[in-house]
Write a protein that binds this ligand. Sequence first.
Ligand code: HEC
Length: 379
Amino acid sequence: MNRKARFIPASSEELLAALDVIRKWGAARSIDPVTGLWRPVIAKANHLLDDLLIQNQKALFEFDDTTFLTALMDWFVERNQKSAVPHLEILVADTRQQADIRAAALSALMQLNPSKRSQWFEYGMNSEIDHLRTVALSVIEEVNDDALLSQLLEWLEPHRQLRLRQSVIIAVGRLKSDKARETVFDWWKAMLAGQFPEPLKLELLEVVQSSSHPDLLALWQSYRGQFGNENEAILPFEVLQGGDLHQGKILFNDRAEIACLRCHIAEGKGGIVGPSLDGLGTRLDPPQILKAVLDPNESIVPGYASERFVMNDEEEYSGVVIEENEQTILIRQGDGSSLSVDKNMLQQRFATLSPMPEGIASALNHRELRDLIAYLTSL
Ligand code: HEC
């Protein structure tokens, strides 16, 4: 009888369960799960099972199930089993495979095969698929290899895609080597001298701000000392450049907490409580757009200033003034309906806050805000 055919069970659940048992086999817990007491554990030999997996790996790697394949790859990486390399090479290059599987194969290859790590890193970074690039970068972050640092830095060159250059700053910031730290120091000096690329500044600030190294933290402390608070130290100008307008558009249209589209028209659709934002980029420059989003009350767009009217009979109305003459003021109320206020009955009128919520941008992180500004600027 064909042993291989017998080895492959029908369902991926069964395979996954079997793999799980094999993975945990050698690692019995030294705390008894029933009594909760410590017990001496005798190491169990599991090479028979290991051998079975290794012998059958060709068939197993052809199995079409994402969860199973990912677990299988983890297993080979845990065991540092280089025999999987040829199968992984097939998976990573197979464009019909899901991105998740190709990314897991890339990660496994980079871990199992240090001599070819830099080659696989290039492969991942050159891929069209975001997931492969992210994996390539994250493996590099974990391994802390100065030789790879210089390779990483090549991806900062101006002709590279901006998003990648930004991720490289973050990746270098996570490396623990002295050389990586010196690199960050040099960037910082360049930034203070006005010679660091603007679209990468937010990443550099974040690297230094979140560093656990005292020297870098000291840089951050002395920098932020010039500002009122942490947010101001990052916000006013750093976020302006290097945003991704497609991401910004998604935020603008879909992010429920900020709901820009509820009040504003952009690209022909949206609500009318606020002014249409079409053509915004030709009316305002990026710092003004940022200001309008961060601080709606700083200057209110003409025709959108809302007022509150207190009448002689204590009744109160509020809305935007549409028309005003000697006798009456025509206002548009929050629900969109119009109302005519009789000036003879008016006791007092006050300017009120912008209908646009204050602090709406605090629902976004700095990078998201930068993307949003990129989108608004493009309108
Ligand atoms: C509840 C309604 C409302 C929401 C939600 C809202 N806005 Fe506004 N927005 C307004 C109103 C009303 C104005 C005009 C008054 C003012 O300038 O504050 C305005 C003004 C603006 C301006 C200035 C426009 C100009 O022509 O100068 C910008 C830019 C803007 N909003 C962007 C946004 C963005 C981006 C979002 C989502 C993060 C958003 N708004 C969410 C109501 C809203």
